[in-house]
Design a protein around this ligand. Structure first.
Ligand code: FE2
Length: 669
């Protein structure tokens, strides 16, 4: 008799265990075992438990190919799904083979698992493996289908109702509860305080501090105290929630006629705008992309949204400060250039319009389009084209966790007609058009941080922690991906032969970037280097870049005057007419303001089932070399985390969004 030892691990999430009867069949190159019940007459399949079982055969099965799992009812008990994490099989020759599962198993379902080393399709040399691989992808393509969400936008997952999602990609029970509880609690507080439906304007800035009893963070408090200062206004272009707009200015745009004499008082003694431009100390944030977009109608009238231009200067103290603002792309007498020397309310109002433009750009372009929607495209392409045994499936799947679910929820509750963001300056029509514009202009370079920083001339601007931490993370991820990809693709020809990999990138090019070759996104891969760069970008976008534009949402956008979702008055056309009262009249009313704060709290919160970058609780790789690469990756991240913590301890305003302990592996919220 020959014995195979099976260690079967049940998932550690709520309700993962089962009372049902489970059976295993081992399939080898020579023969297959009997269908064997996995039982030791105890609670073998309780949450987080590993049970040990024996499958006995008369003769050796040869090389193990597949493991079949089946689940039958236990007497008359109702369906009791089981989450199987993995099965470790020890063969009679003492080889230990990992069969990753990481899925829910229902009654009557036949689950066929592949074990051992990751393989590409052309490496499978047994007909049963070829057949299983083909059938897995056929099934995956039935479950995960593309949907044309809107013309000119990236395709999305075709399921619209979160309750219809496959269980594997569903939020955990604890996350779903925590989200729902957080939403209900914040809305109940707003309701109790009469803020939920109030169309009144805020009596004072202090009144805005009373929206929540307890929801605050050290940075949100700092922002609410310092928001009027030019220092924090300038700082946010580099380290706030939207560090993707600012670029070096070596020549003023022709539609932004800032004169030397206008800004001379704000520059170093004896200096000039021309001299400072030559030194590389002048920067610009230009919101041209939002020009002419249809805006939300209030009482039948479109609200104002300015495609602002803001000129900034790095002063001798290395602070980035605004020195001129124009609230629209067309210069004219009615579109004056505002300066720090204008009245306090004029200058503050000009900055508020810039913050409103930045809010819109941030939420719809930097956050939703360029991280959430792109990550959804990457996730669907992986699920459809790369079977579980494929090395890039194993590498990427942890970076797609919960992304489809959160995006479906966001389309159902946050973005779209009648949803929260419909109350932004753009509403649905305008924001859809903005995302369409953004996708048509997107470039591969802009998604690769080193190239993006160079293209925007930000290599040496002082105090850019987003750049510093982001570049280090890019390099750490790139080294990890390089080691992994080079291990599984020893030559460029292996890249060309991998039809699944080619299908993966082709679907991303087609459904994510609408076959726009101007984007620079590849439609196929020819070299190992190309694969390394693209996979680095996918992991970076889904983890680091998302953290950079997501995690500080309550910190910076939870203070209404610093991040108005909508403005109720047109921008000033002349100077000297505004007062602080004008600002209160311009800011969102109580309901709009309080709802924004509530949304930012819901989105900016760190949830309990957070999985930090480089942490892989679900084991997919069996090879010692790959497991060592993961350990090296984790060590690099840990050392960066220590360096960031040390740096932050010396900063008045710590930048912790790209501390690896604070970056989630994937887009989950
Ligand atoms: Fe997000």
């Amino acid at each position: 008799m020959v014995e195979y030892n099976l260690q079967v691990t049940t998932g550690s999430m709520l309700h993962a265990g089962t009372f049902d009867s489970l059976y295993a069949t081992l399939i080898g190159t020579e023969r297959q075992s009997e269908r064997t019940e996995l039982t030791n007459y105890g609670l073998e399949f309780k949450v987080g438990h590993t049970g040990t079982f024996t499958v006995t055969t008369l003769l050796s099965l040869g090389c193990l190919l597949l493991l079949k799992l089946e689940k039958d009812p236990y007497h008359e008990f109702p369906e009791n799904e089981w989450f199987c994490s993995k099965v470790l099989v020890t063969t009679p020759k003492d080889d230990v083979i990992l069969f990753p599962c990481h899925r829910w198993v229902s009654r009557g379902e036949l689950v066929l698992l592949r074990g051992g080393r990751a393989t590409k399709a052309f490496e499978d040399d047994h007909p049963r493996l070829v057949d299983q691989r083909r059938k897995e992808l056929v099934l995956q393509k039935q479950v995960y289908q593309w949907d044309k969400y809107a013309k000119g936008m990236a395709f999305t997952f075709n399921i619209k109702d979160p309750t219809s999602l496959p269980a594997e990609i569903h939020f955990s029970v604890s996350k779903a509860f925590e989200l729902s509880h957080t939403k209900d609690a914040t809305l109940a507080e707003l309701n109790l305080k009469g803020l939920l439906d109030s169309t009144e304007q805020w009596e004072s800035f202090d009144a805005m501090k009373k929206v929540f009893w307890f929801n605050r963070t050290p940075i949100s408090e700092y922002v609410s105290e310092h928001w009027k200062e030019d220092d924090i206004f300038g700082y946010q272009f580099l380290n706030g929630i939207n560090p993707k707009v600012i670029q070096r200015c070596s020549k003023l745009p022709s539609n932004f006629p800032v004169k030397e004499e206008m800004v001379k008082p704000f520059l170093a003694n004896g200096s000039s705008l021309t001299m400072e431009m030559k030194k590389g100390n002048i920067f610009i944030s230009d919101y041209k992309i939002i020009e002419g977009l249809p805006t939300k109608l209030i009482d039948g009238k479109p609200v104002a949204l300015t495609a602002a231009l803001c000129l900034l200067y790095v002063n001798p103290e290395k602070k980035l400060l605004p020195i001129a603002i124009q609230l629209g792309q067309q210069p004219s007498e009615n579109n004056p250039i505002f300066l720090p020397s204008d009245s306090e309310s004029d200058w503050l109002l000009a900055k508020i319009f810039v913050r409103n433009a930045d809010f819109v750009h941030h939420e719809f372009v930097s956050h939703l389009q360029n991280t959430h929607l792109l990550s959804e495209v990457f996730a669907i392409a992986t699920l459809r084209n790369l079977p579980m045994i494929h090395p890039l499936h194993k590498l990427l799947i942890p970076h797609h966790r919960h992304t489809l679910h959160v995006n479906i929820l966001s389309r159902a509750r946050i973005y779209g007609p009648g949803r929260v963001l419909d109350n932004s300056s753009l509403a649905t029509e305008g924001s859809t058009e903005l995302m369409r514009r953004a996708l048509s202009k997107i470039t591969y370079s802009s998604l690769c941080l080193p190239e993006d920083i160079a293209a925007r001339g930000l290599e040496s601007i002082p105090n850019s922690f987003y750049r510093d931490d982001g570049l280090r993370l890019w390099n750490i991820i790139n080294s990890f991906v390089k080691a992994m990809v080079a291990y599984y693709y020893p030559s460029d020809s292996e890249v060309s032969w991998d039809s699944e990999l080619q299908d993966w990138i082709n679907e991303i090019f087609t459904y994510g970037f609408l076959r726009n070759s101007n984007s620079g996104i590849p439609e196929s891969f020819e070299t190992v280097e190309e694969v390394i760069k693209f996979v680095t970008m996918v992991i970076y976008t889904s983890s680091v870049q998302h953290a950079a534009v997501h995690s500080g949402q309550f910190d910076y956008l939870g203070w209404i005057p610093n991040a108005p979702l909508i403005l109720r008055k047109a921008p000033p056309t002349t100077k000297g007419q505004s007062t602080m009262e004008t600002i209160l009249e311009t800011l969102p009313n109580k309901a709009f303001g309080a709802c924004t704060m509530s949304l930012m709290w819901l989105l900016g919160k760190k949830y309990d089932d957070f999985i930090p970058l480089g942490t892989y609780p679900d084991q997919h790789f069996d090879e010692p070399a790959a497991k060592q690469m993961i350990k090296d990756f984790q060590a690099e991240l840990s050392s960066l985390s220590e360096a960031i913590a040390k740096r932050n301890s010396e900063l008045e305003l710590p930048y912790n969004y790209l501390n690896p302990t604070e970056i989630e592996n994937s887009v989950t919220i």
